[in-house]
Ligand binder design. Sequence first.
Ligand code: CA
Length: 228
Amino acid sequence: MTKILIVEDEEKIARFVELELKHEGYEVAKAGDGRRGLEMAESGDYDLILLDILLPELNGFELLRRLRKSSEVPVIMLTAKDEVMDKVAGLDMGADDYITKPFFIEELLARIRTILRKQSAKSPQSQENLLTYDKLSMDLARHQVTYDGHSLDLSAREFDLLHYFMDHAELVVTREQVLEAVWSYDYLGESNVVDVYVRYLRQKIDEVFGVKLLQTVRGVGYTLRRED
Ligand code: CA
């Protein structure tokens, strides 16, 4: 069973997240201050840690800094609204992702699934450098992509774009995020290039296999999500 540790001093938030995670089938433990959180995290028994920043005893940054000396366990930081610096600092210090409070629980669950999926892709039981989503399978080392076993002929840019979507499967990403990650800052402001390449990918995947994977989220951006 996947075990998640919540380090959060706001009992209402911790309790709410705990209930939702248990409902999803995760095993959950909680710590209400940073010192206890670090002790529990260092026990090494968790698959993922949700970490608040402002905590009694030891703040989230300090906890993370100490934890990273001995552990690579995935960490999602819970940041308060608009603490941009905190997000940057958290990622610099080895957090895997962050989510801004207040958040929608579905968004948190999607991020947890994404991180756990990446983690299991890294584990020795699965092939190294293999990303999968639905029937899509991407071999990063060999630069090959298949859908349901059929190999896809993608350009380098299409490959990078699909890689980004698979890394962020089921999350909504903006054109700007895609542009920054797959193209470069030189292209900022030219987000229609993303639309063009998404269209290419749809022509090679969705249209060929009769599926709906690359979806437009009106007014926001895109998401890679299987629609049945
Ligand atoms: Ca707090």
